[in-house]
Design a protein around this ligand. Structure first.
Ligand SMILES: [Zn+2]
Length: 145
């Protein structure tokens, strides 16, 4: 009597769910196929991104980010990981670190792309991002007397 609830979504972590029930009408097959292709492409992109982040992190820090410290956006475009309190972000091929404003400790500022340990060392020890209103006022650069 009650209408079949079509909105219940079961998520299979593994793509090898061979038991596809064809209980619905055939017309929805092309939709399911398209969604499966899309999901597979996104999964592949996310997996590739994850691997690239692992490789870059290992090369730069000698450490692997624990799986629970890695976050990825839904599209598989960027991945981030927190290691020892430092937030790393991989966007396409650029690995950067993200830090808050050095004065008010809020916001998110992205470093220059890190190509090696020297870049990382600079970003950690020298680089100090500021909001426009938080920049240290001494040396007054454009004070018109
Ligand atoms: Zn600030």
């Amino acid at each position: 009597m009650s209408a079949h609830v079509a909105s219940s979504v079961t998520r299979h972590p593994s793509p090898q769910s061979s038991a596809i029930t064809l209980s619905r009408r055939e017309s929805s097959d092309w939709q399911a196929t398209a969604v499966a292709v899309y999901t597979g492409a996104i999964d592949a992109a996310r997996l590739q991104l994850r691997r690239r982040l692992d490789e870059r992190m290992l090369a730069l820090t000698g450490r692997e980010a624990p799986a629970e410290a890695i976050a990825m956006d839904a599209e598989g475009q960027s991945a981030s990981a927190v290691v020892d309190g430092v937030l790393f972000l991989l966007r396409r091929d650029d690995l950067v670190i993200v830090r808050p404003c050095a004065y008010c400790q809020t916001g998110r500022f992205v470093s220059e792309p890190l190509d090696g340990q020297a870049d990382l060392g600079y970003a950690l020890a020298v680089w100090a991002p500021y909001h426009r209103d938080c920049e240290p006022a001494d040396p007054p650069t454009d004070t018109s007397w």
